[in-house]
Design a binder for this molecule. Structure first.
Ligand code: PHE
Length: 357
């Protein structure tokens, strides 16, 4: 038995791959292996002999099996080591230029806006693009008969025949997230919400899907002056141009009172859009003090809390900042356009590191 043991342990130690090891296993402890043959001989032994030989054979079998298992995992480790030595990758190498994708200007501008408002203490909130007409309209003080519903050229979701529930809509603005954030977080509150919105409209400065970033600040003593200061801070940081001219116009929204719209000075000459010169203005946002009914709809007491809200057109800002004259090009997926106007995905915009490079 000692000979058997010495022979097989040596063979196991010498096996150089899994196939060789399997051959040793079959020869030693397989069904027709040498240990099995020896076990069969137990029947011919006297009971006394068997009492000694039986346990000894079992122990031998266990020992060989243990050695096989240890060798097997050793071989696997060695195989992995060998593979790791050949299949290595230098992650510091530059990417292949042809495969470098770019960040869409809308994504870039959303990141820039988020970076600026984060610095001002606003966190990012989100809401669904398909929403109920309660969140999109009623809760924002736009009742069923209100002309603003028609003005917004809303896309309504299909309703099954006989379904009389209120229809869902593709949100026409990010303002429903004001209500959802108030419900979720209560007051005081400081959030922005960037995202896609939808209206049936199509020309050089309108597409049926576009992007807004909603802002909402609620506290006990927030005034219109805070709104104006925050927006001015924002424009100064965003456009990275000294003395950029903006125009605050008195306006009307059902969900703010008083309300103001903000335009940015620009010129359109020979199909070129330039910011900060000329006598054209491009409207980029709507804003105002949140209507008490809207604060109440969000579950917050308007006698205690007040605040401001704004909705910025992200695409409009991108057009102005990066001189892109036609909004429709944003969504045509023309690779040449994307390469020209795209941004490196590795340059994350921050206020201290630079918003755009
Ligand atoms: N929701 C308005 C729009 O889409 C913009 C807005 C937001 C105005 C918040 C005031 C306050 O035109």
């Amino acid at each position: 038995m000692d000979d058997l043991k010495a022979k097989y342990l040596a063979q196991i130690a010498d096996a150089t791959d899994e196939n060789a090891l399997e051959a040793v296993r079959l020869a030693a402890v397989g069904k027709k292996g040498e240990v099995a043959l020896k076990m069969r001989e137990l029947g011919k032994m006297t009971p006394e002999e068997r009492q000694v030989a039986g346990p000894a054979l079992n122990a031998l079998k266990d020992e060989i099996n243990a050695a096989l298992a240890a060798k097997k995992s050793g071989l696997a480790d060695a195989a992995l080591d060998a593979r790791l030595r050949t299949e290595w990758l230098d992650v510091t190498l530059p990417t292949r230029p042809r495969r470098t994708g770019t960040l869409h200007p809308i994504s870039q501008v959303s990141e820039e806006i988020t970076a600026i408002f984060a610095e001002l203490g606003f966190s990012v909130a989100e809401g669904p693009r398909v929403d109920t007409d309660w969140y999109n309209f009623d809760a924002l003080n736009i009742p069923g008969h209100h002309p603003a519903r028609a003005e917004m050229d809303t896309f309504y979701m299909h309703r099954a025949e006989g379904d009389n529930r209120n229809p869902h809509v593709l949100r026409t603005h990010t303002s429903p997230v004001q209500i959802r954030s108030m419900e979720k977080m209560g007051a005081p509150l400081r959030i922005i919400c960037p995202g896609g919105v939808y209206r049936a409209d199509y020309d050089q400065t309108h597409t049926p899907m576009f992007h807004q970033v909603e802002g909402l600040a609620l506290d006990k003593n927030i005034s219109m002056a805070n709104l104006k200061w925050v927006l001015e801070q924002f424009f100064a940081a965003f456009f990275e141009i000294d003395g950029i001219k903006t125009r605050f116009r008195a306006s009307h929204f059902p969900f703010t009172e008083p309300s103001a719209e903000v335009d940015i000075q620009c010129s359109w000459v020979d199909g070129q859009l330039k910011i900060g010169e000329g006598d054209d203005w491009m409207e980029v946002l709507g804003s105002g003090m949140v209507h008490p009914k809207v604060i109440a709809a969000g579950g917050i007491d308007p006698d205690i809390y007040q605040g401001f809200a704004f909705g910025i057109g992200i695409d409009r800002l991108a057009m102005l900042k990066y001189g892109i004259p036609d909004l429709r090009a944003f969504f045509e997926s023309d690779l040449r356009w994307l390469r020209h106007y795209g941004f490196s995905c590795l340059d994350v915009p921050t206020l201290h590191g630079g918003l755009s490079r």
